[in-house]
Design a protein around this ligand. Structure first.
Ligand code: GDD
Ligand code: MG
Length: 324
């Protein structure tokens, strides 16, 4: 089987960081969001096809410099084609069935079990579903007998949501669904295509472990906490000479002697944290500098940003080269 990964969208909720870095390359628990998504794929996958749009060249260059275990091919879009349009644009040579992954979901999903369900049930797809309280940002499914999806509504008003089970953005689909998407124009898979596919059979795989969409500042930090708690962080610990509890996932060349750390921190390559500074529940990207005595909490600091001595940054997103 092959995997089709959707990597478009402008990451508007994570601006200003996403003005220069695509959302999927923001590191959580020590490695980019995209790589945590790819970790879900079974080893036997033949090829990973990245349907890219915004900052396609950056993503392509990054995956070449940091290869994964599968061959990877990027299929860029000249203009955003939305989810369905991106799928159709990358359809050539796709396997039957194929894995379909959103690139901004952090979850524990057994994709072999999802594939088994697809083969047992027939139909055109298995959609994994997560149970959430607030369904507003998601696609919501109504389930019939045997967990067949009988209705699907994208981002309904709360009163119109048919359940609390939402599209988790991870599934297995028959190749034939790609032929149902009109070519050459933007198409939302969830809004325009899925409702028409229901009569051909879409089944639910209900997730029982954690799930989150990491597309906003509070949720990217919540996703990072989930990854640390599930022991999926890269090299968790404390940088040499640092104090506090951590865990911290620190990249190459981090300098943080005499700084202290609360839990759930990513420090990108070459980050410096001065003496007496404190960082917790945050993502600090490559080359950022947190000066002596500064405090950073629940924040996302872009590459080469600076927090000046004694300053306190809480629940902020600072873009590349920005200062506080
Ligand atoms: N190639 C391509 N082209 N990919 C795109 C485009 C595009 O124009 N627009 C968005 N994507 C990618 C995003 O990068 C993301 O991985 C995925 O498609 C979904 O887009 P989002 O913009 O993140 O959508 P959402 O979070 O509002 O809703 C989607 O995900 C929810 C779960 O997180 C839908 O699939 C919902 O049904 C679902 O519940
Ligand atoms: Mg999303």
């Amino acid at each position: 089987m092959k995997a089709l990964v959707l990597i478009g969208g402008f990451g508007t909720r994570l601006r200003p960081v996403t003005y220069t870095v695509p959302k999927q390359l923001i590191p959580l628990a020590g490695k980019p969001m995209l790589y945590h998504v790819l970790d879900l794929l079974p080893p036997a996958v033949e090829e990973v096809v990245l349907a890219t749009g915004y900052k396609s060249e950056m993503i392509d260059a990054f995956v070449r410099a940091h290869p994964v275990r599968w061959p990877v091919r990027t299929v860029p879009e000249a203009e955003p084609l939305l989810t369905g349009g991106g799928m159709r644009n990358a359809a050539d040579g796709m396997s039957d069935p194929f894995f379909l992954l959103n690139s901004d979901v952090i979850a524990r999903v057994d994709l072999d079990a999802v594939t088994d369900l697809f083969r047992r049930r027939g139909g055109v797809g298995v959609m994994t579903l997560a149970e959430v309280d607030d369904t507003r940002p998601y696609g919501v499914a109504a389930l019939g007998p045997d967990d067949r999806i009988v209705r699907f509504v994208e981002k309904p008003a709360p009163a119109d949501a048919p359940s609390h089970w939402i599209n988790a953005g991870v599934g297995v689909w028959a190749r034939s669904v790609l032929d149902r998407i009109p070519p050459g124009r933007p198409v939302s898979f969830e809004t325009e295509i899925v409702p028409d596919l229901l009569e051909s059979g879409i089944y639910a795989f209900k997730l029982t472990s954690y799930w989150d969409d990491a597309g906003s500042p509070d949720r990217i930090l919540r996703s990072q906490r989930l990854l640390f708690d599930d022991h999926r962080a890269e090299r968790p610990g404390l940088p040499p000479g640092a104090l506090g509890s951590g865990p911290v996932a620190a990249g190459e060349g981090v300098e943080a002697r005499g700084a202290s750390f609360g839990p759930y921190v990513t420090l990108g390559a070459g980050v410096t944290v001065g003496r007496g500074a404190h960082v917790e529940n945050s993502i600090v990207m490559d080359g950022a500098r947190i000066e002596e005595g500064a405090v950073v909490a629940s924040s996302l600091l872009g590459p080469r940003s600076v927090v000046h001595s004694g300053h306190r940054v809480t629940a902020q997103v600072i873009g590349e080269g920005g200062e506080a």
